[in-house]
Design a binder for this molecule. Structure first.
Ligand code: FMN
Length: 190
């Protein structure tokens, strides 16, 4: 079983990456049989989605799409950019096939400059998960600048919530055992 951490930040030494890493590390400790990886979108040279069939992308764009498809569960995080997810992460959601997250457990993390946009998980990320027919793990974590010190997440209560989120993602995924869902994807032509 594979757990993929996905950071929507392309910034070097990203706060979002460090928060995701903490959650993924906790997941790996609670379920050592899981293979874990955290991907930083800034490490991939991806093209913008142009509407072609996802299998027709090549190079690092295809590599990234494949990683998402191969994951059994995901912890996805984004910095808040202009009250929303980053363009880089939205582009990845546009690139992946419609059924690539179907039935998978997903935990969400967002980081922002302040508490101003703490609803970004509920308003921006959860609807995307519902589009893809994924299971959103309760307890998404929002962290802001005051929770970090030197880009590392130091606030004890937020660290606890990230650890719990990581553990919950693998727990829910294991219980789901990839049973197919009854609901089908919306049929949208490219
Ligand atoms: C282009 C840009 C737009 C941003 N917009 C917001 C915003 O709307 N609300 C907010 O709370 N923080 C905003 N921020 C602050 C970042 O969300 C915050 O610093 C985040 O933790 C950065 O994460 P990273 O270190 O992983 O890149 C913005 C930062 C940038 C660079």
């Amino acid at each position: 079983m594979k757990l993929l951490g996905l950071s929507g930040s392309v910034t070097v030494s990203s706060k979002t990456w460090s928060a995701i890493h903490l959650a993924v590390e906790a997941a790996g400790q609670s379920a050592p049989q899981w293979e874990t990886e955290v991907v930083h979108l800034g490490d991939y040279d991806t093209v913008l989605c142009d509407g072609r069939n996802p299998s027709d992308y090549v190079g690092e764009t295809k590599e990234l799409i494949d990683k998402v498809e191969e994951a059994d569960a995901l912890i996805i995080g984004t910095p808040v950019y202009r009250a929303s997810l980053t363009g880089a992460l939205k582009n990845l959601f546009d690139l992946i096939p419609n059924d690539s997250l179907k039935g998978k457990a997903i935990g969400f993390i967002a980081t922002g400059g302040s508490y101003h946009h703490y609803l970004v998980i509920d308003h921006q990320l959860v609807p995307l998960a519902h589009y893809f027919r994924a299971h959103v793990v309760p307890g998404g974590v929002y962290a802001h600048n005051e929770h970090f010190s030197n880009k590392k997440l130091t606030a004890p209560d937020v660290r606890e919530r990230l650890i719990k989120l990581g553990e919950s993602v693998v727990e829910l995924s294991s219980r789901l055992e990839h049973r197919p869902l009854e609901t089908s994807q919306p049929s949208i032509s490219r």
